[in-house]
Design a protein around this ligand. Structure first.
Ligand code: TRP
Length: 334
């Protein structure tokens, strides 16, 4: 049997932080040991809710590429590419859109939640909801199908998008008979369980509560030093009652690849000052190699672009083969 193929994507809309790192980036080092891996900068998908800010998306394509490469990925095993450079994805999106009803799109829980969160963009009752945003699960299915992926790492919140994609592929294979596409499955990463350094939200730029992959050692120490705790001055893992402290314990446990409970046992009766200093130092030690590679890559944009160009070329070859098959089955190869 041939090797399984993994495809995952990142929307390049902002800097990646340690929540992304521990939740998904780190796994990518493991995938390439077992699978042929594709990592896609989902710039077209990012434009579905950033169409007015194309420069921002473009700038973040480079940033996200650098964050991925700084993991020390083996580019012979992992192919990085940019969604917008693969026109076959757009072609497949159009063809797949015949296989999904408008009602089914509107029912997708992930998309529903996102629309709800984007009132500023799509209006109070989604009265200005775009065709493009509502349909992004179709284009995401095309991302996966174009490289004939079998495994798709995503956060748990993306599961309904993957399920919708599985329906599309099932329908396609049933109608056009020749099993053009392999079935695929989600691989749920334990996600960014890390909360903001204020303990009660996600890490995000607007809340100024995140440690970014591009932060320096000094910035990291400072951010942890001023991270929210409570008035108790001892540590425990109790996310419900002590979210801020528990979040710091969680970060510590992820660094050391142990459970939060084990972290508490290991740290004993440590007080906040000493704990924060240790956490900051340990995080800096853990990220040392990553940061060195990141710095080097950031100073060589031409090298990064060359890696992306090679990835795009390789993906185009695969995408062309896929489209040949699709065209044959749809009687559109003339
Ligand atoms: N929607 C995904 C997210 O927000 C990003 C993404 C785009 C993706 N295309 C993909 C993930 C294809 C997996 C496969 O995280």
């Amino acid at each position: 049997m041939s090797e399984k193929i993994v495809l995952t994507g990142d929307r390049p809309t902002g800097s990646l932080h340690i929540g992304h790192y521990f939740g998904s980036l780190l796994n990518r080092k493991k995938y390439e040991q077992e699978y042929e891996t594709y990592i896609m900068m989902a710039d077209i998908q990012a434009l579905t809710d950033n169409w007015e800010k194309p420069e921002k998306v473009s700038k973040n394509v480079m940033e996200v590429a650098i964050d991925n490469l700084a993991l020390g990925l083996d580019t012979a095993r992992t192919t990085l590419f940019i969604q917008s450079q693969i026109p076959q994805i757009a072609e497949l999106t159009v063809l797949f859109s015949n296989l999904v009803s408008l009602n089914r799109l509107k029912r997708n829980p992930t998309v529903k939640t996102e629309i709800e969160q984007k009132k500023a963009l799509f209006g109070q009752d989604a009265e200005s909801l775009t065709f493009g945003f509502l349909g992004y699960p179709i284009s995401q299915t095309a991302d996966i199908a174009v490289v004939r992926a079998n495994l798709v790492p995503v956060g748990a919140d993306q599961l309904p998008v993957i399920e919708q994609g599985q329906e599309i592929i099932e329908k396609f294979n049933k109608i056009y008979k020749n099993e053009v596409f392999p079935k695929f499955e989600a691989m749920i990463s334990n996600g960014s369980r890390i909360k903001g350094l204020d303990g009660n939200a996600k890490m995000s730029k607007s809340l100024n509560n995140a440690i970014y992959m591009s932060d320096t050692e000094e910035q990291t120490l400072e951010k942890i030093k001023v991270a929210k705790t409570d008035s108790e001055n001892f540590i425990s893992y109790d996310p419900k009652n002590r979210p801020a402290v528990s979040n710091l314990v969680l970060i510590f446990s992820l660094i050391h690849d142990i459970t939060p409970k084990e972290a508490v046992d290991m740290l004993g009766s440590i007080q906040y000052g000493a704990f924060k200093a240790k956490l900051g130092t340990d995080l800096n030690t853990h990220l040392k190699d990553f940061r060195e590679r990141r710095k080097e890559l950031a100073s060589q944009p031409d090298k990064v672009k060359q890696i992306l160009r090679e990835g795009i070329e390789k993906t185009l070859k695969t995408a062309t083969k896929t489209m040949d098959l699709v065209r044959e089955n749809l009687y559109i190869s003339y």
